[in-house]
Design a binder for this molecule. Structure first.
Ligand code: DC
Length: 233
C-alpha cells in the first residue's frame, strides 16, 4: 500500500502526541515528535548556560553550536516508542520538565533554530510513511502532506491533562495554576511569533477533542486516514 505523510498540528497539551503515537503504531508508520526536538535544544541551552532564568538566550553561542547539536530518536525495546537523545544521551524525561516547558518558547521562536529543525524533520520524512506532530508541520515542514489534522481542546482540559501527565511521572509539586499559566504563555508565543506561527493549514481538518476519549479520537483519525488511502493518493 502506498505510504502517505500525516501532519498533526495544534495547541500545547491537547493530546497530539498521544494520538499521533497511537496512530503510527496502528498503521505501522514512523512517529516523530517535533516538539521534543525544540525541547532538546532548550535542555542543551540550559545545561550549557546559553539561556538565563528570564529566558534571555545567548544567540551567538547557540548559533555557533546549532549544527553540532544532534537530536535523534531510538525506539524503546519494550514500548517500541521513540526515545529522544541529545548528542547520544537519553533525555526523554528531562525534556518534559516544567523548567524546559518554561523556556522552550524562547528557543523555538529563533529563526536559525527553526531552520535547522525543519531541515532535520524533512529528512526524517523523505520516505513518507511518517506521522509528525508539532505546530508548523502542515504549514511549513510538509505543506504537501496528504493528511493534515489541526487539534484543539479547551485550555482547562489541556492543563488538567498536562498536570495528570506530570503527576504520573512523579512530579507532585507543580500546581494546576502553574501548568495553566505556562500553557497560556506558550499558546500566545506559538501564535504570535513571526517565524512560522501556529496556525491551521487551509487544507487541515479540525479536531476538537475536549470531550472525546482516546478511543474515539483514534477511531476518528483512522477513518480520516482510510478516506485518504481509499481516494488513492
Ligand atoms: O509539543 P510540545 O509542547 O512538546 O512542544 C514544545 C514547544 O516547542 C512548544 O511550546 C512549541 C514548540 N514547537 C514549535 O515551535 N514547533 C513545532 N513544530 C513543535 C513544537
Amino acid at each position: 500500500m502506498k505510504k502517505i505523510t500525516i501532519a498533526i498540528d495544534g495547541f500545547s497539551a491537547c493530546g497530539k502526541s498521544t494520538m499521533a503515537k497511537a496512530l503510527a503504531q496502528k498503521i505501522n508508520y514512523i512517529y516523530v515528535d517535533s516538539g521534543a526536538m525544540y525541547r532538546a535544544i532548550t535542555l542543551y541551552s540550559l545545561k550549557n548556560g546559553l539561556i538565563d532564568e528570564n529566558g534571555n538566550v545567548d544567540v551567538a553561542k547557540l548559533q555557533a553550536d546549532i549544527n553540532n547539536i544532534k537530536v535523534t530518536f531510538r525506539l524503546d525495546d519494550k514500548t517500541k516508542l521513540p526515545i529522544t537523545y541529545l548528542n547520544g544521551e537519553n533525555v526523554e524525561a528531562d525534556i518534559r520538565s516544567m523548567e524546559v516547558s518554561g523556556k522552550v518558547s524562547a528557543i523555538s521562536s529563533l529563526g536559525f533554530v527553526r531552520r535547522a529543525m525543519v531541515t532535520q524533520q524533512q529528512e526524517l520524512g523523505q520516505a513518507k510513511g511518517i506521522v509528525m506532530d508539532g505546530r508548523d508541520i502542515g504549514t511549513v515542514v510538509f505543506p504537501k502532506a496528504e493528511l493534515k489534522i489541526f487539534v484543539t481542546a479547551k485550555p482547562e482540559v489541556r492543563a488538567q491533562r498536562r498536570l495528570d501527565e506530570l503527576r504520573s511521572k512523579g512530579d507532585m509539586k507543580t500546581t494546576f495554576k502553574e501548568v495553566f499559566q505556562n500553557l497560556q504563555e506558550r499558546d500566545n508565543a506559538d501564535q504570535t511569533r513571526t517565524d512560522s506561527p501556529l496556525k491551521k493549514a487551509d487544507d487541515a481538518l479540525v479536531l476538537d477533542n475536549s470531550y472525546m476519549t482516546r478511543d474515539q479520537q483514534m477511531q476518528w483519525i483512522l477513518e480520516r486516514f482510510e478516506e485518504v488511502i481509499n481516494k488513492g493518493v
